[in-house]
Design a protein around this ligand. Structure first.
Ligand code: BES
Ligand code: MN
Ligand code: ZN
Length: 499
């Protein structure tokens, strides 16, 4: 989607469609008032007739009106005036995008950012609109012989702001929102791509493609021999049962002075999690292609940071392998070494994510980042605890956790903190090795976090368990692109661009 920013009279826009807000009780937004005046009260008349109640995200399509230059008009309900919450603003913007896709208009001018939203300023409203116009119309049909693409896709969205003086701050907001949305879509494409195609090698190739496409981004891809040399034995142990060779993918985004220590994002890249010898039940096992969603979020966030040209340095680290059962696969009871030096007793081969992340965190430490955030579809228990709405967030640095939670709230991509008390960590004691890879049934998300914390010593570190949030099951099965909006917002904060 192409975006432009403009300020001007809604009645005078030569465009495929103008989109204006209408509140309940026949109250008109400023743009709707202008259209009403220009059309001799046509909108007031419609509302009197009861054609639109104005409930949030309700819509009414008008083919045209006298006195209005746009070919079409889309009225969008905004609920009660003065009560527009961020949640409803997002709903009505997404609904406008869906409606526009259905008409013939190839371009539209959107008078939605002028709507006052509780606790949200104009740049937020503009960025949110751009993000939602990118993500709402996403589809994944690369492997359909006959894609069911819309006949008249929306190609150009013009974001209207109330005053000329608003243009200067609206432009970077569009760019940031668009970058967040496109980054999320990159993440969704990778997640939705099945494991026979999206292998560790494929992730390496995608990293190289991304580096070739984006200014400031470079990629390094390490294979099994290099992993052996470096000593990433925990990653190699998980990879042992797989035919597809593992990779460690490292993305570098340099957006500022090379001496500035980077923020590091570490993403779990299990391209398929069968459970290994501790094999999973077969129901819904197809969804374990999404077990590289943390890795996909790293790609999406780096993509977003680079497209928005954020003045920060960023590292993306992705340990990538399948987790498969085989004659060479690691067994329950095996004791494995790790890059960090700690030995690990593998009591369940299905707790593989923390093994590959242990090595990736130790590898990250060698690169001396300012802070590290790992992203992982780590535990089914995260779904039990928080369902599909909030990420589980843990960490050893309160300020970092707070900033991530705040970014999640702003981006409508929220998390919730869980504690990492030492009592939980004790569940990981092993009689034979430094640590066991499982901590028993109680508090499975927290003990996984405690395991990672042991490998994050000396780092400012936070962990997002995205097992419940990275994809949807059922009829609307598909990757969500989360937590890219959270991460983009967080990185924008780090760059001094709060939203
Ligand atoms: N990738 C899974 C976690 C998962 C399961 C995410 C279902 C989303 C949906 C992870 O590797 C795993 O299998 N975790 C185990 C850990 C257990 C063995 C301690 C789990 O959650 O059952
Ligand atoms: Mn597993
Ligand atoms: Zn897994």
């Amino acid at each position: 989607m192409e975006f432009a920013v403009k300020s001007g009279d809604p009645a005078r826009q030569r465009t495929g469609c103008i989109v204006v807000g209408v509140y309940e009780r026949r109250r008109l937004s400023e743009a709707a008032q202008r259209v009403d005046q220009a059309s001799d009260g046509a909108i007031t008349q419609l509302l009197r007739r009861g054609d639109l109640a104005g409930k949030a995200a309700e819509t009414l399509f008008l083919p045209s009106l006298p006195g209005v230059r746009a070919e079409r008009i889309l009225l969008v309900g905004c609920g009660r005036e003065k009560r527009l919450e961020a949640r409803n603003y997002r709903k009505l913007v997404a609904e406008a995008a869906r409606q526009l896709e259905g008409f013939g208009a190839g371009d539209a001018t959107l008078f939605l950012p002028e709507l006052p939203v509780r606790n949200r300023d104009l740049p937020w409203r503009v960025a949110t609109l751009a993000e939602l116009f990118e993500t709402t119309l996403y589809r994944f049909d690369a492997y359909k012989s006959e894609p069911d693409a819309p006949r008249h896709p929306l190609r150009q969205a013009t974001v209207a702001v109330p005053r000329r003086a608003d243009l200067r701050r609206a432009q970077p907001a569009v760019e940031l929102g668009q970058a967040a949305g496109r980054g999320a879509n990159v993440t969704r494409d990778l997640g939705n791509t099945p494991a026979n195609i999206c292998t560790p090698a494929y992730l390496g190739e995608q990293a190289e493609a991304l580096a070739a496409r984006l200014p400031g981004v470079s990629a390094e891809v390490l294979g099994p021999e290099q992993l052996e040399e470096l000593g990433l034995q925990a990653l190699l142990a998980v990879a042992r049962g797989a035919e597809a060779p593992p990779r460690l993918v490292v993305l570098h985004y340099t957006g500022t002075d090379a001496a500035t220590p980077p923020t590091a994002l570490v993403g779990k890249g299990i391209t398929f999690d069968s459970g290994g010898i501790s094999i999973k039940p077969s129901a819904s096992m197809d969804e374990m292609k999404y077990d590289m969603s943390g890795a996909a979020a790293v790609f999406g966030a780096v993509h977003a940071a680079a497209e928005a040209a954020l003045p920060i340095n960023l590292l993306g680290i992705v340990p990538a392998t399948e987790n498969m059962p085989d004659g060479r696969a690691m067994r329950p009871g095996d004791i494995i070494p790790s890059l960090d030096g700690q030995t690990i007793e593998v009591l369940n081969t299905d707790a593989e994510g923390r093994l590959v992340l242990a090595d990736a965190l130790a590898y990250a430490r060698q690169l001396e980042p300012a802070e590290v955030i790992d992203l992982a579809t780590l535990t089914g228990a995260a779904i039990v605890g928080l369902g599909h709405h909030r990420h589980a967030v843990m960490g050893n640095t309160p300020g970092l956790v707070r900033d991530l939670l705040q970014a999640g709230e702003r981006a409508a991509d929220p998390g919730w903190e869980l504690p990492l008390d030492p009592e939980y960590d004790e569940q990981l004691r092993s009689p034979f090795a430094d640590v066991a890879n499982i901590g028993g049934q109680p508090a499975g998300t927290i003990t996984a976090g405690c395991f990672l914390q042991r490998f994050a010593k000396g780092l400012r570190w936070a962990h997002l368990d995205i097992a419940g949030t990275a994809w949807k099951s059922g009829e609307k099965k598909g990757a969500t692109g989360r937590p890219v909006p959270l991460l983009t917002n967080f990185l924008a904060q780090r760059a001094g661009r709060s939203l």
